[in-house]
Ligand binder design. Structure first.
Ligand SMILES: *[C@@H]1O[C@H](CO)[C@@H](O)[C@H](O)[C@H]1NC(C)=O
Ligand SMILES: *[C@@H]1O[C@H](CO)[C@@H](O)[C@H](O)[C@H]1NC(C)=O
Ligand SMILES: *[C@@H]1O[C@H](CO)[C@@H](O)[C@H](O)[C@H]1NC(C)=O
Ligand SMILES: *[C@@H]1O[C@H](CO)[C@@H](O)[C@H](O)[C@H]1NC(C)=O
Ligand SMILES: *[C@@H]1O[C@H](CO)[C@@H](O)[C@H](O)[C@H]1NC(C)=O
Ligand SMILES: *[C@@H]1O[C@H](CO)[C@@H](O)[C@H](O)[C@H]1NC(C)=O
Ligand SMILES: *[C@@H]1O[C@H](CO)[C@@H](O)[C@H](O)[C@H]1NC(C)=O
Ligand SMILES: *[C@@H]1O[C@H](CO)[C@@H](O)[C@H](O)[C@H]1NC(C)=O
Ligand SMILES: *[C@@H]1O[C@H](CO)[C@@H](O)[C@H](O)[C@H]1NC(C)=O
Ligand SMILES: *[C@@H]1O[C@H](CO)[C@@H](O)[C@H](O)[C@H]1NC(C)=O
Ligand SMILES: *[C@@H]1O[C@H](CO)[C@@H](O)[C@H](O)[C@H]1NC(C)=O
Ligand SMILES: *[C@@H]1O[C@H](CO)[C@@H](O)[C@H](O)[C@H]1NC(C)=O
Length: 820
């Protein structure tokens, strides 16, 4: 007995030690450390979820006890880390877990309290895991959260009072869970930056604080629909664009919405709202929503005349206690109106179809008192679907015919139109008619539905563009099909790390490059995608390939770029396509162009953009050999895709990777500077940065360049096919030095792109400093490079003198890692 007990204690201790050992081992990487708290918390999440979740390893590859969540060579799916150097020593630093994205992972288990230990989390996104249970209590402790999305799960209980206490909170989506209780306290102090809050489809109840959404300058979307909230409606800040409070138990009258200057969507359907609506004291008369749904309430008085809300596309005032009288003809003046619902409103008299607005596609008038409809005989090709079920016109007709109750396409006036001489014919006609009508109804509904969804999407997109004041063109999928001859293989221009590129010829004869993005669906929702397309469209520079527009088709995402005529640097320089050859002044001009483009991306564009994949094949050349950088901004579109260099596309970009990026995944503007340095060396030497056909010491271009620098034999590097004047020789030496400066191992020693531009343009002050700093290194032993490339080979990693006393550029290392 005693023996087995001791054994157990021993085993338990051994397990704890093993676990600690594993955590301890896993957390440190090259002087960068993940805190024990965060490391343990992640392993506890793994422990909680891995047992019960079916197919855990295929949903969340990389997770396990044996590795650190932040090991770049073995990333945990959905986990993102931030590597932050100490300001006093750039080789050491801290690692923080900043993002947790479990999308469609179908997690089974509970949301363990240990999640509260992940104090650095900026993004939490746990979606579609109905069998994930537990409570949200611990999430209230996270003080850095910017985006908190937990939806489609089984989490229950109350929302902790501190849920919105992170002052950075912008997005809060807790929809479709099993949460209940009152919410007022939790959101009493809505963070000032909150933009979107979605609490829909839970079981929340109770009243809301009257002013909880007032004075929130950034608040844009509030979705509290499908709960049991009661009390009166709160006030909103003028910035709000979407309010969905439908399907609750809100009571009282409509509050004053006149100050809502940006409102686009307002749904208050299915509540207990009462009173007479005085339109101009509720809605601003100069602006208005495109969608307004006030159906299923208890509003009374006359039907509010909303004629001034000229943006309206969807208006639903069905099932209230309005005192309407005859059909409200003012709706004809709503020239954007597509869908009008006035069911159950006691509308009487007759309806004259010829007087309906021309944009109207759907008119619901069910359960009214309409006694007559004037089509003027049998009308074909009626554009508006009119539903009249439950009206005397429909009910009391002797030949109750679907064509009378639901008018689609062909509509019929009166009974006389039916030939009732021969019974069989009537029966046939009726049966055929019914069948036909059913078929028409179904297909029209389907057609209408997809069409409507597309229109909604387009609307939202246009809204977004307006908001940012840019206009990328939205192409339809059909246009792409035509332009690319249905994606014919002869139209393929190439395949990059992020997708296949087709050439397209638009109907106006313009040429265009069309890129299909890989795996967009799982990574991004439409909103994020559009945000970034909008950002990228506003980035314009003559050395950057211009983004023309985009296309959304089902799950697919397409980007359309300006078409650049003349191949890319790799094709011209290394493959001499079409016998092309570049002289020195053309090459210098290309270097300068790329430098300008990168400088723009790093320092001038808003937000600043790090390219992350500068290489010869990503720089296109137009007919006069001006450089145009392609594929910038894909880093924005694929924030999680750091691993693309380590996985599928190693060969393409290996050799361009800055050491700190290759080994530790650290990204900054200086990683682009490094790649640019390597690219310059290629342009000067006319060879690829890695060439296994060359003698051993020349295989790696940058390594060879540093060797020649130390041997003071730099001209050896220059492309032997170039014929150079004396002045050009001097220039070339200078440019090689700039390239070397850019490809230094320590990122803070590398110049910024602004400095590079100045140097290439011949700023002699900097130039002499360059010369000095490189001369100082002469004769020093090269330190063996201690970082090993990820596959264990020493591919791109050059050995350079480690000399901290000769630091020229002390510019701050821009830590531009995008946190979300
Ligand atoms: C780690 O967690 C413990 C307990 O939650 C806490 O007291 C401690 O401050 C945390 N340490 C760090 C470095 O956050
Ligand atoms: C450097 O800074 C870190 C925190 O930023 C600190 O923990 C460390 O002690 C400092 N090291 C030296 C040598 O000052
Ligand atoms: C809120 O969440 C629900 C369910 O997840 C979703 O259908 C709805 O579109 C969201 N609302 C907004 C405004 O995004
Ligand atoms: C509002 O909801 C709360 C909680 O569900 C309930 O206790 C209260 O009675 C409700 N008030 C009204 C007026 O229905
Ligand atoms: C209204 O909300 C309740 C509670 O979330 C839900 O069960 C019900 O299906 C919703 N009704 C409609 C018509 O959406
Ligand atoms: C408004 O909300 C109700 C209930 O949630 C929903 O059925 C209806 O489709 C919404 N209206 C619009 C125009 O989206
Ligand atoms: C209505 O909107 C206009 C345009 O934004 C604005 O100038 C005006 O102040 C608003 N009216 C009210 C009553 O807020
Ligand atoms: C609504 O607010 C506006 C300005 O905020 C004011 O001019 C108007 O009189 C208010 N309407 C009512 C009915 O209180
Ligand atoms: C509207 O309904 C309220 C009761 O909810 C009633 O007091 C009022 O007289 C009604 N107004 C009209 C115009 O019917
Ligand atoms: C109100 O009508 C609009 C358009 O006809 C429709 O989209 C919406 O779903 C309707 N609302 C409800 C609650 O049925
Ligand atoms: C229609 O209804 C209004 C008010 O409800 C009434 O005054 C009018 O007489 C009705 N018209 C007909 C033709 O029934
Ligand atoms: C539509 O607007 C015009 C111009 O404002 C007005 O003269 C006309 O009476 C309106 N039509 C209806 C049916 O209200």
């Amino acid at each position: 007995m005693g023996h087995s007990c001791t054994t157990r204690v021993f085993l338990a201790t051994a397990m704890v030690i093993t676990l600690l050992f594993q955590f301890g081992v896993a957390q440190a990487q090259d002087g960068f450390q993940l805190s024990l708290n965060e490391s343990s918390a992640m392993h506890l999440l793994y422990k909680e979820w891995s047992n019960a979740t079916p197919d855990f390893q295929s949903h969340l590859p990389g997770w396990g006890y044996n590795s650190s969540p932040c090991d770049p060579s073995h990333p945990w799916q959905g986990v993102r880390c931030l590597w932050k150097e100490w300001s006093n020593d750039s080789t050491r630093g801290d690692i923080y877990i900043v993002s947790l994205r479990m999308i469609n992972s179908n997690l089974v288990g509970t949301l363990p309290p240990s999640i509260g230990m992940l104090q650095s989390l900026v993004t939490i996104s746990i979606q579609e895991s109905p069998r994930l249970v537990g409570v949200l209590d611990e999430l209230g402790n996270l003080q850095s959260v910017n985006s908190l999305k937990i939806f489609g799960t089984g989490v229950s209980g109350r929302v902790p009072l501190t849920i919105a206490s992170s002052t950075f909170l912008q997005t809060l989506d807790l929809s479709r869970n099993k949460l209940d209780g009152e919410i007022a306290g939790s959101l009493l102090d809505v963070p000032p930056g909150l933009q979107k809050v979605n609490m829909s489809w839970n079981k929340f109840g109770g009243a809301l604080q009257q002013n909880m959404f007032l004075n929130k300058k950034s608040l844009s979307q509030v979705d509290f629909s499908n709960n049991h909230f009661n009390g009166s409606l709160p006030n909103f800040s003028p910035s709000v664009t979407l309010i969905d409070f439908s399907n609750n138990s809100f009571s009282g009258v409509l509050p004053n919405f006149t100050q809502l200057q940006s409102i686009d969507f307002l749904n208050l359907s299915t509540n207990q709202l009462v009173g007479v609506i005085n339109p101009t004291s509720v809605f601003n008369t100069t602006i208005g929503a495109t969608k307004l749904d006030l159906s299923y309430n208890k509003f009374n008085g006359s039907l509010p005349n909303l004629e001034f809300m000229t943006n309206l596309q969807i208006l639903n005032l069905s099932y209230n206690n309005f005192d309407v009288g005859s059909f409200p003809l003012w709706t004809v003046n709503l020239t954007n109106l597509k869908s009008l619902s006035l069911n159950g409103n006691n509308i009487n008299g007759s309806l004259d179809v010829s007087k309906l607005g021309s944009t109207l596609q759907q008119l619901d008038l069910k359960f009214n008192n309409i006694s007559n409809v004037h089509y003027n005989g049998l009308v074909k090709g009626v554009k508006t679907v009119i539903r009249l079920q439950g009206n005397p016109y429909c009910v009391h007709s002797p030949n109750t015919d679907l064509k009378r109750c639901v008018c689609e396409q062909d509509c019929m006036d009166t009974e006389q139109d039916l030939n009732n001489n021969i019974k069989t014919i009537i029966i046939t006609v009726v049966i055929c008619g019914v069948l036909l009508a059913i078929i028409i109804t179904i297909s029209a509904t389907l057609f209408w539905k997809t069409k409507r969804e597309q229109q909604y999407l387009l609307l939202e997109v246009q809204q977004k563009f307006l908001q940012y004041d840019v206009k990328p063109t939205l192409f339809t999928f059909h246009e792409l099909q035509v332009a690319t001859k249905n994606f014919h293989s002869s139209m393929i221009l190439g395949e990059g790390s992020f997708g296949v590129v087709y050439k397209g010829i638009l109907s106006n004869g313009n040429h265009i490059a069309i890129k299909q993005l890989f795996n967009m669906d799982a990574q991004k929702d439409i909103d994020d995608f559009l945000n970034e397309v909008v950002l990228l469209t506003s980035v314009k520079h003559r050395n950057l390939v211009n983004l023309k527009g985009c296309c959304l088709h089902k799950d697919q995402r397409w980007l359309l770029y300006e078409y650049v005529e003349n191949y890319d640097i790799a094709q011209v320089l290394f493959d001499h396509k079409d016998g092309l050859f570049l002289n020195w002044s053309q090459r210098l001009n290309i270097c300068l162009g790329v430098a300008h483009g990168l400088h723009y991306l790093h320092a001038l564009s808003q937000p600043s953009i790090i390219h992350r994949d500068i290489k010869a094949s990503n720089v296109l050349l137009d007919t006069t050999f001006n450089a145009k950088i392609a594929d910038f901004g894909l880093a924005l579109l694929f924030p999680d895709e750091q691993s693309h260099v380590t996985t599928t596309h190693v060969a393409g970009s290996r050799g361009y990777l800055a050491p700190e990026y290759a080994t530790m995944g650290q990204v900054s503007a200086k990683t682009d500077v490094y790649s640019f340095g390597v690219l310059m060396l290629e342009i000067i030497s006319g060879r690829r940065n890695i060439d296994f056909n060359l003698p051993r010491d020349k295989i790696y271009l940058s390594k060879w360049a540093w060797k020649l620098h130390i041997e003071d034999n730099l001209m050896e590097l220059v492309d032997s096919t170039l014929t150079l004047t004396q002045i050009e020789e001097l220039e070339i030496k200078r440019v090689i030095n700039i390239a070397l400066l850019c490809s230094q191992r320590l990122s803070e020693n590398r110049p910024t792109m602004a400095q590079v531009v100045a140097m290439i343009q011949g700023n002699t002050d900097i130039e002499s400093e360059v010369a000095n700093s490189l001369v100082d290194r002469e004769g020093e032993d090269t330190l063996s490079y201690d970082h090993v490339a990820m596959d264990g080979s020493n591919l791109n990693l050059i050995s350079i003198p480690e000399d901290s006393s000769v630091r020229m550029f002390h510019g701050p290392l821009s830590s531009t890692i995008d946190l979300d």
